[in-house]
Design a protein around this ligand. Sequence first.
Ligand code: PGA
Length: 246
Amino acid sequence: MKKFVVGNFKMNTTPSEFNVYLDEFLPRIKDCKANIMFCLPATHFCVAKSRLEATNIKFLAQNISSEEKGAFTGEISNVMVKDCGAYGTLIGHSELRKRLKETPESINQKIIRALAVNLKVILCIGETKYERSTKKTKLVLKRQLDTALKGLYENELKNIIIAYEPVWAIGTGKTPTAKEIENTVCDIRSIIAENFTVRSSEKINILYGGSITESNFGQFVKIKGINGLLVGGAKKKKKSFANICK
Ligand code: PGA
């Protein structure tokens, strides 16, 4: 099965810079077999729609509102994102959980909103350094997953990808060992099995994210149970990101 390579642009590049990025990036991945996705700021959707239409790269939002519509200045709704041609949305990234005080309940609401308009969801989960050092990783992931997926039907899981991103590994140059990731992915699948079925836990796609580089990605992509990568910083260099995709 094709592996996913998801690039999270965060709040980097202007739309014009993104356009130039694509000039260099697209020829490099011409024959690439990976499932490539870009998580973009909404300001880039117009460029993405016209430049990516003829490619097999999909673009996603980095967040959507938990509300449907109305007086929510600065927010962007599920239908707005869908109407711009986005394939899906990232939900629950730790930077949003921390900076915008995103709660597990609002994450659940956002997932429900995304699925309601056929947007795919990449749900980010992960433990902090303190939670890891106090051996609470599994408990924390369970809490995050239980609430995020509450009320969903099993057949909706096909529209969800889980990104395991330890908070302490994001942008720090530190990563868990391959064995640690393998064990955690196993825990994530068992939590899904408890909430849904063993079959759905085997089928759900799980990505690893956090300090992936051109030189270390190989060890993560080979991990049993990992279906792809979520890349932040390394994506800034077109050549590195293209090499990871290839
Ligand atoms: P990083 O970011 O690759 O820079 O660690 C990953 C992410 O935030 O998704």
